[in-house]
Design a protein around this ligand. Structure first.
Ligand SMILES: NC(=O)c1ccc[n+]([C@@H]2O[C@H](COP(=O)([O-])OP(=O)(O)OC[C@H]3O[C@@H](n4cnc5c(N)ncnc54)[C@H](OP(=O)(O)O)[C@@H]3O)[C@@H](O)[C@H]2O)c1
Length: 349
């Protein structure tokens, strides 16, 4: 079977990492980059070893030499461009948050089903071998009845802006949130910004991954500036007395951890989103009395595995229906949490 030929919509910051993953993945070829600005596409193509450039997203979708599309556009544009890509018969790897609400995701995944193309969101940690190892421990019974999941994902936006390579290349990175707000999608509600959709998405996914279902009801609280949540805290009640909680935000030190506890033990991973040390992806299992064991998993590159899992589904001829489904459930959960935080009410799902 020949390689899956990829095109990317938009010269986004994250596209650099995923372009490298596509180049390194087996069975994939990165063929094209589209930008609103043809010159930007050409410059990006030269920097990232890409043969074809397009001055509009639609012209890339119209190219029959492209099989799969990676969409790292602002979240508010994912719905429109996923449906356009599905209609041109392209398989879609779409960045998180997948859309602005669950209805949009339902329309996107329905278009993919109708046109027989694969849909997957860009959550990378679920593809890491460590995630498979942790899941095996959760389902082995060694932690007893799972009862509680707690997670946290945060970074300081000012530090992110200063360190971000794209801003640095432009020579004058914004120093404050006010300076960044007009151009930073994370600080604009109409683009799908806010820490819940940017970071809480991963914590919601951790709860769905551990408990294998949506919660029955949720409560949340956010701190809003520019009408986006700069920090967010959430509580979720699941079937059978199980609970999950998380906090996320652009206003705290960098962290990306989770703990899952059952009646017989606990699992702690202090970097579930991506390992602090890529050559040592680890987590800990503690028994009922707190005795801990470090577990170290295979040190594979999660971005590359994400690309390979995606293309393997395409090549197999049997589209994976779990990926569109988990993307919809994650969005549904974020939507309920947003509704709760903005209203102050407990929201039933
Ligand atoms: N999975 C992960 O680990 C991960 C990590 C980071 C980000 N993300 C997600 O990836 C997506 C992109 O994030 P990012 O920070 O990389 O975005 P970004 O650097 O701001 O890039 C977004 C791109 O979208 C295009 N675009 C089209 N219309 C735009 C508009 N009106 N305003 C701004 N950009 C516009 C631009 O490309 P052209 O100008 O070339 O057309 C721009 O480069 C988000 O959904 C984010 O949550 C995922």
């Amino acid at each position: 079977m020949s390689d899956i030929r990829w095109g990317i919509l938009g010269t986004a910051r994250i596209a650099t990492k995923v372009a490298e993953a596509i180049h390194n993945a087996s069975g994939s070829q990165l063929v094209g980059i589209a930008s609103r600005d043809e010159n930007r596409a050409s410059q990006w193509a030269a920097e990232h070893d890409v043969a074809k450039t397009y001055g509009s997203y639609q012209s890339l979708l119209d190219d029959d030499d492209i099989d799969a599309i990676y969409i790292p556009l602002p979240p508010s544009m994912h719905h429109e461009w996923s449906i356009a890509a599905a209609e041109r018969g392209k398989h879609i790897l779409c960045e998180k948050p997948v859309a602005l609400n669950a209805n949009e995701v339902a329309e996107m995944t329905s278009a993919c089903r109708q046109h027989n193309v694969q849909f997957m969101d860009g959550v990378m940690w679920v593809h890491h071998p460590r995630t498979r190892d942790m899941k095996a421990d959760l389902t082995s019974g060694k932690l007893g009845e799972l009862a509680r999941l707690t997670s946290g994902f945060s970074f300081r936006m000012e530090t992110y802006l200063q360190n971000n390579s794209m801003f640095s290349q432009r020579g004058n990175p914004p120093k404050t949130l006010d300076e960044a707000q007009p151009t930073e999608l994370r600080l604009q509600r109409d683009m799908g910004g806010g820490s819940l959709l940017d970071l809480g998405w991963y914590c919601c996914r951790a709860s769905l991954w551990a408990f294998d279902e949506l919660p029955q009801r949720v409560w949340a609280s956010g701190r809003y500036v520019y009408d986006v949540d700069l920090s967010f805290s959430a509580v979720m009640w699941f079937n059978g007395d199980r609970m999950a909680s998380f906090d996320c935000g652009f206003d705290k030190a960098w962290r990306k951890w989770m703990e899952i506890v059952g009646t017989e033990g606990s699992l702690v991973c202090d970097d579930f989103v991506n390992p602090w040390q890529t050559d040592k992806p680890r987590y800990w299992l503690h028994d009922q009395r707190g005795q801990g064991n470090e577990v170290v998993s295979a040190a594979d590159v999660q971005e590359q595995l994400m690309v390979e899992h995606f293309t393997q589904a395409i090549v197999s001829g049997e589209l994976n229906s779990d990926w569109p489904d988990i993307a919809w459930r994650t969005q549904r959960l974020c939507e309920a949490l947003d509704q709760s935080a903005r209203s102050g009410d407990i929201v039933e799902l």
